[in-house]
Design a protein around this ligand. Structure first.
Ligand SMILES: *Cc1c(COP(=O)(O)O)cnc(C)c1O
Length: 220
């Protein structure tokens, strides 16, 4: 099998599995955006999915995103999902559809200085894991106020990276808690949650953006 055939098959299987999860949840498939996480994979792989009609791709490092921006068509919607140092914000702010990882005051400061408006999600450390990036649920109020004061950021919702190696029912509770946080705080309608191992559960719990790498491109 060629790489193009392999990716086409993975893509079809993933699409039908997303449709099935939407069916179980009683949600229309258009509610859920598949962000194809292409980090560590070459631009040619992105091009193959692009030629199949896919447009939303996720990257987690600035130095990997920039060359892909150069090499690939302009109508790709890039999602930045990794840790973003504030001094690199200006390199990508005007090129991304959505920044999923807003989490520091210093990013907001850089956004103010840059003056280029962009859309973003606040990243939440939903399981309150030590050393994990993201805002703790208890700190959301105060961070959200800072975000709202920052005129260049359009707040669209929340994102979380669930804890690794937990069972399905625990993941469900974390995803449910993220949705409740977004409702209570009125952070916007986007919920970026769910990856290769748990996107079906995330969809049942209201995810609008699933970020899938391994199930599409293979192991990294
Ligand atoms: C790598 C990554 C993903 C994709 O993870 P898979 O398990 O390969 O689907 C999703 N979200 C973030 C933030 C990532 O860094």
């Amino acid at each position: 099998m060629t790489r193009a055939q392999e990716l086409a098959q993975n893509f079809r299987e993933l699409q039908s599995s997303i449709a099935a999860a939407c069916g179980v949840a009683g949600r229309p498939t258009e509610d859920v955006t598949l962000v194809a996480v292409s980090k560590t994979f070459p631009a040619e792989d992105v091009r193959i999915l692009y030629d199949l009609g896919h447009r939303d791709f996720g990257e987690s490092r600035v130095q990997e995103l920039l060359p892909k921006l150069e090499d690939l068509p302009d109508d790709i919607r890039w999602h930045f999902i990794g840790k973003l140092q504030s001094n690199k914000l200006k390199k990508i702010a005007s090129n991304v559809e959505l920044l999923h990882s807003l989490e520091t005051e210093s990013q907001l400061h850089a956004a103010n200085l840059n003056r280029e408006p962009f859309s973003a999600l606040i990243e939440i450390n939903i399981a309150e894991e030590p050393q994990k990036s993201g805002i703790l649920p208890s700190a959301l109020d105060s961070f959200q106020k800072s975000v709202i004061e920052c005129s260049t950021v359009r707040l669209k919702g929340l994102m979380t990276i669930g804890p690794a190696n937990r069972n399905a029912e625990e993941m469900r509770l974390h995803f449910r808690r993220l949705r409740q946080l977004s409702e209570v705080h009125g952070t916007g309608k986007v919920l970026s949650m769910g990856m290769s191992g748990d996107y079906a559960i995330a969809i049942q719990e209201g995810s609008t953006h699933i970020r899938v790498g391994t199930a599409l491109f293979g192991g990294r």
